[in-house]
Design a protein around this ligand. Structure first.
Ligand code: PLP
Length: 381
């Protein structure tokens, strides 16, 4: 038996399967208990004796994600945004946050509202431009640099190592929304990020049946202790059943992500020169502005997310989504089923997203069915 640390695929496939001693079950049981009895000496048997602090199924799921991201600790929350806003809550009053213009819009809108109230100072910049990032940094005041890579919905690729160096030089931390990389193709903590975030709702759970989010830390420090305390105080741990479903999903993470990547790449290539498609935005295409960084930073596929700029207007892009028959017109991403979404309609008139952009989350169907579906919808547009 080798003493080598198991590789990521092995960690995921086993999902820290602890063979249950009394039954030999190869899948861990779910501990649904909300409270846990103390021992004979009235000591806690686990770090927490009440589910608001944590539960055995939560600890297992957190250990699994920490191992996949090579982190020192992991916290799971009942949604992605709950996780992000816990981290933002650790920014001192009036502290400066630098975030991208192109990012998951729900977070951008909320950060802006916090800035409007004076809770934080906010700079929204083009994160693909490292000179703009350097110019935005306020040493001693900038507390958090937040990036998303590849970022919604244009799939900009941000150089994590370079961004971490710039953030650290100014005394700030770097948080990376790596939802689209699924802990498969990029490990932000190994590139210098301080926190990696995932909307677990997406690839990590991967079956469109759990809402969850996670923060994984490079080191356990004062801020991490604050995050742990905040989660208990605000009553926001992920519930045991969702943790169990997540571990079930992670077992197939690598095959799902690789298959989705292969399908998305084939679709991106196929429609790149279609007369009704102005541009395909996919980091795996050599024509994508972030491709060179992606080649270095996404070492196991470019993911299943891509967008089309259609040769049409707002109404045409919206109608296109209704013409699809195999691909479902729905929000979210990272599930087995392919989804299409008219982002401008979802994000509203203030959004920087082009009117003619349709975002696809490419799933696990037969790629020829997906290509035929998109082709027939384009023909009828
Ligand atoms: C990139 C990204 N970040 C954050 C979020 C928010 O996560 P959740 O929906 O799990 O709260 C989403 C979800 O839509 C997302 O796509």
């Amino acid at each position: 038996m080798s003493n080598e640390r198991p590789r990521a695929e092995t960690i995921a496939a086993h999902a820290f399967r602890a063979v249950e001693p009394t039954t030999g079950a190869v899948v861990p049981p779910i501990y649904m208990a909300s409270t846990f009895a103390r021992d004979e000496s009235y000591e806690k048997r686990l770090p927490d004796d009440y589910q608001r602090g944590g539960s055995p199924t939560l600890y297992q799921a957190e250990a699994l994600l920490a191992a996949l991201e090579e982190g020192a600790g992991c916290l799971l929350y009942p949604s992605g945004v709950a996780a992000i806003f816990s981290l933002v809550d650790t920014v001192p009053l009036g502290g400066h946050v630098v975030a991208p213009v192109n990012m998951y819009y729900g977070v951008r809108v909320w950060l802006k509202s916090l800035a409007d109230k004076g809770r934080i100072a906010l700079s929204l910049i083009d994160m693909t431009d490292s000179a703009a990032l350097r110019a935005a940094m306020q040493p001693g005041k900038t507390d958090l640099v937040w990036i998303e890579t590849p970022s919604n919905p244009t799939w900009d690729v941000i150089d994590i190592a370079e961004t971490a160096a710039i953030a650290h030089e100014a005394g700030a931390i770097l948080g990376v929304d790596a939802t689209a990389t699924a802990a498969v193709t990029t490990r932000p903590l190994t590139l210098g990020a301080d926190y990696v975030f995932h909307s677990v709702t997406k690839y990590l759970n991967g079956h469109s049946d759990v809402l969850a989010g996670t923060l994984i830390t490079r080191e356990t420090n004062e801020r991490w202790a604050l995050l742990q305390a905040l989660r208990t105080k605000t009553g926001a741990p992920l519930a045991p059943f969702e943790c169990w479903l997540l571990m079930r999903g992670v077992r197939t993470l690598f095959v799902r992500y690789r298959e989705a990547s292969a399908n998305a790449k084939a679709i991106a290539r196929h429609f790149s020169s279609h007369p009704k498609v102005e541009r395909v935005l996919y980091p795996g295409l050599a024509t994508h502005p972030g491709h060179e960084i992606a080649r270095r930073q996404m070492t196991d596929g470019y993911g299943g997310m891509l967008s089309f700029l259609l040769r049409t207007d707002f109404d045409g892009a919206r109608r296109f989504c209704t013409l699809l028959k195999v691909i479902t017109p729905a929000t979210s991403l990272g599930g087995p089923e392919s989804l299409a979404e008219h982002r401008k309609l979802i994000e509203g008139p203030d959004s920087p997203v082009p009117d003619n952009l349709v975002r696809f989350s490419i799933g696990l169907e037969n790629v020829n069915d997906l290509i035929s579906d998109i082709s027939q919808a384009l023909d009828r547009l």
